[in-house]
Every structure is written in C-alpha cells, then in structure tokens.
Design a protein around this ligand. Sequence first.
Ligand code: SF4
Ligand code: SF4
Length: 620
Amino acid sequence: MATLAFWVLFLAFVGAFAAQVATRVRLITAAPNTFSLDNLPFRVARFILDVVLQRRTIRERPAAGVMHAFVFWGFVAFAGYTTVEFLYGLGIADQTHAGWFEAYRRALVPFAAAVLAGILYLLVRRAIVRPVGLGDRVSVESVVIALFIATLMITFLLTFRLEDGTPAERANWWAHMSVILAFMALIPASKHFHLVVSPITVFLKSPELGNLPNLDFEKEQVGLEDVKDLGSKMRLDAFTCVECGRCQVNCPAWGAGKALNPKKIVLQTQRALLAGKQETKLGEIYSEEVLWQCTTCGACENQCPVGIEHLPILIGSRRGLVSNGDAPGYLGAMYNNLERRSNIWGLGYDQRAKFVQSAGLATFDPAVHDVLVWLGCAGSFDADFQKSLRSLFSILRAKNVTFGVLAKERCNGDPAKRTGNEYMYQELANGNIEDLKAAGVKKIVTSCPHCVKTIGADYAKFGYNVEIVHSSVFVEELLRSSAVAREASEGGSLSGERPGPEIVTYHDPCYLGRYGGTVDEPRALLTRFGADIREPERNRDNPYCCGAGGGLLFADKEEEPGSRISDVRFRQLQATGATTVVTACPFCSIMLKGAQASAGADTQFVDLMTFVNGKLQPRA
Ligand code: SF4
Ligand code: SF4
C-alpha cells in the first residue's frame, strides 16, 4: 500500500518536472544551433574549476560563494543516498540496511551540517540582508526552496535519532521523500533550474570572452532580429540564470544609472521564450535604447558563475538593427568615416604619412625588421597618442629592436564589429589580413588593446593567425630580459639613479585586463621604475570600464542618460589619492581625460609607454 502511494506521488511530481523540462528542451532544440565544443581541454579544465570547485562562485563573493559551494557539494554527495531511498520507496530494490549504505549514510553527516549552515546563511542573505543585485523583492520561491533544503537535511539527521520502523521514523521518511519530489516539481520554473542545467551551460560557454562568430553573408545571415533568431546557447543561457545579479552590479552602464541591466536582458529572453513570442522584434523585448548602452566591456559574462554569455545577444541584436538601418545617428557618421577613409575619424591618410615620416618609421620588411608596430586609428591620427607611440619607438630603438609599419593601415574593424556592422567589419578585416599576409608579418606589437583583441582573436575566425602583443607585454619582457633591466632591479637605474617612489594609480583597460588577462606586466613596469601603485576600486581582470567601447566613444556625451561612465571611473581613480593616472589604451585616455576636464581636476594622465620612456631617459 505504502509502495503504491509512493508510486502515485512519484509519478505526479516527476511528471510535472518532466513536462516543464520538455517545454524548455523543445524551445532550445528548435533554435538555430549555436552550441560548440571547440577547445575541449580548456572546457574540461574550466568545468573542474568552475563547476566542481566552484571557483567563479567563490571568487567575487567569498562568504556567500563558500556557502553556496557547501550546498552544491552536499547535493552531489547526497545523490547516491537519494537514489537508494527512491529505489526502496518504489519497491525496486532495498539496500537501506546494507553495510555499505550505513557507512555512506554516516559519511554524509558532515555534508548535511555544511548544507544546513550554507542554506541558512543564503536564506538570511536573500530574505533579510538583500544585496542590491538580488532585486527589489524577496523571492518567495527562493525562501520556499531554502526551507525545503533545510527540511531535507534536518529529516536526514533525524534518521540517526529515530528507531527503525516506528511511526515517527516512517513519518520522517515520508516527509523527506515528499519534499524531494515537491522540490523537483518546483525547480524547472524557478531559478533553481540552474541546479540541472548550469554544468551543461558552463561546459558549452565559449572559451573566448565576448565570442562573436562571423556572419556568413552567403547564407544571408543578418544577425538577430526576432526572438525566433535566438540561438540554442542563448536559450539555454536564459533558462540557466540564477538571478544572482553579479552581471548587474559589475556592469558599468548599470553602475552609471543607465537602463541597461544584463541580468534583465537574460530574464527578458527567458520570459519571451516561455510566452511564445517567437515573432516579436528583439528591439521590443529589450528596448533599442538599452541595446546601444553596452560598452562591450565583458564584465557581465566574465562574472557570471553559470556560463551565461550576454554579448552574443547584445551584439547579435545590434547586428539585426544595423541590417535594418536602425543604428543611432552618431554611428552613421562613424560608419561614413570608415567607409570613405577606413578610419574612425575620417581623416586623410596624408596625416598618417606625415607622422610616419616625422617619427622616422620604415615600411615593414620581414628581412630587416623583428616586428611590425601596428599604429591603429589613434596612433595614426591622434596627436596625443602619437606622443605615446614615440615613447614606444624610443624604447624599442634603445633596446635594438628593429621594427617597421605597414605602408597603409585600415581601422582593425572593432568599432564596426561591436556596434553590429558586420559587413563593414569584414571588409576592413579582410583588407588588413591581405596586407599583413602580403607584408610577411609574423609578430605585431601595438599599444591599442582593441587591436590586440580584434587582430589576435577575431581575425583568427577568418583563418588568419598572427602573434600580436600589447606594448606593455613586449616592453616588460624586453626590459626584464636585458642587462639594463637587471641593473635597474639591483638598485641602480637606467638613468643612473633609481627615482624615488612616485604615487600612481593604474587603470586597467577592459580589452587588456579582462579580455587579454594582461594585468601583471603593466604593474611590473610601473614598480620597476619606482612607482607606488594605489589600486583603484575595480582593478586587474575586473576593471570598471572607461565608457568608450562598443562604439560609445562616438556617442553624444550630453545626451547620455544617467551619469557618464567615464565620470564614474574618474572618481574611482581620484579616490585612490594618486595624482598620476597611468593608462594603456588610447580610448581610455581620451575618455578619462574628458572626465578630468569636466571635473576640473588637476590629475595627470600618462600613457604607460611614456611613463617607462621617461624613466629610461638620461636625466640632466
Ligand atoms: S558588456 Fe559590459 S556594458 Fe555591456 S552589458 Fe555586459 S557589463 Fe554591461
Ligand atoms: S546572468 Fe549570470 S551573473 Fe547575471 S544574474 Fe544571471 S546567473 Fe547571475
């Protein structure tokens, strides 16, 4: 009788679970396939770190992360126990009195205690402390799930106090098993569905941050226009979100009071899919205004603990808008410049030629030169950044590195790609690839982190692979391995005297620190020459964006809703107390200098190469 009753309960709840899961699986499998399993060793290593060891969950919020890890590890440890109890309840097999099971049950006691502590901590955090990233309202379903998990642990621990076969023991068993079944029926429609799908989502997440596969124009791909265009990984992502708000609190646009909230983008996708809004325009689901507020800094997907990728949705939707002629006006002007003059400012190439000539730069020849220096749009046309490049040239010459430049460069295409103008990006990229191949380039050095990312990672999607390094990496290696650098590290200096401590703060550019993982080399260069670095809030591989990326360098600052992202970052840098800010990206420099001018502050901005070169010069 008891077995029959348990079967009825089991089929009812498992049926409810299966029906909800089937709906989600149908929505995912009906989508264009965007799953990929490239770079398997990386995926396996990341799975071990982020799923098994819960690295990403713990890293940003250590206390909550460890408590979450307790709950996760407890779930895994209890899997065998739950299976045996189900087999017993369904009358299939009874191992509950086996010796091995008794030993296993006892081994679970510390796990039960850890899960109980973890879930109570998380319950208090969600229901009472309520950090801003978790949303305005207390989630009732979260409270119910937390109470379910606590009940499971308490009923498990009670099995050691209750005598086998007594009414109390039977009632406890039924309570335990009923809660498991109710829990199963509840999770697919809640954020706790991540328990089921997040290991898969983490495994399927691209190894490349901000991965934007090329559009195939021969297949008439134009980007994402309607909900039905969302690919399978985007849909899986939407059903994986645990609503932790890490993406939200790390988003510079949200932090500056704009409407964009990456968590909301994921949840809006989920709601649109479940509501069957397949034909609805994505601009209506997210709002077009929001889609243009993203700087493509990558903080959201880098912080997400469950493998969700926001940028394919955000940039994919921009592609759809651009293909319909719906880009904002300021981008129209930039696209015109790229089309007519192949650079973002629309300036004539005679200006670049003048700089090349005055800086004594030779056209790259693989038989003569060690490396090619890629100037980029800023290096070709921005007088301020050209000073920084002259510093780089001076360092390279001092270290006997031979280098040349291309006779002509186009913009690498990053502003076109990240604003969704894929056609223009591919035109620029293919032209550059042709020229780089024709010039026989094997290694590129550049001071622009966007060029590193685009030429290094995005051009590889055309099958073109070239080594490209940021000047901070190249120069640091150069000085470290040179006799002169040894002299400096032994207490002397390249100028004959080690300068006294200079208090500086360093702003990590998103495309260098977060995308490229280059965080140690710039600091090593600064400290080698006597800098005392005061780290700002948000640094290293999780910096706060300057606000220039994703085409926003060109946006009308007066019309920006909320605060300016650059102003927020400038205040964070100012708060360090340092009067010198060192940057390593031309666009960060432009944005932050603009913020400094608005604030009327006397902070000094120095590009990293200028800082290094200044210390290398013999002093009078
Ligand atoms: S990429 Fe950066 S700006 Fe864009 S949504 Fe993510 S965190 Fe926000
Ligand atoms: S997208 Fe990721 S980081 Fe953002 S709320 Fe969802 S789970 Fe958290």
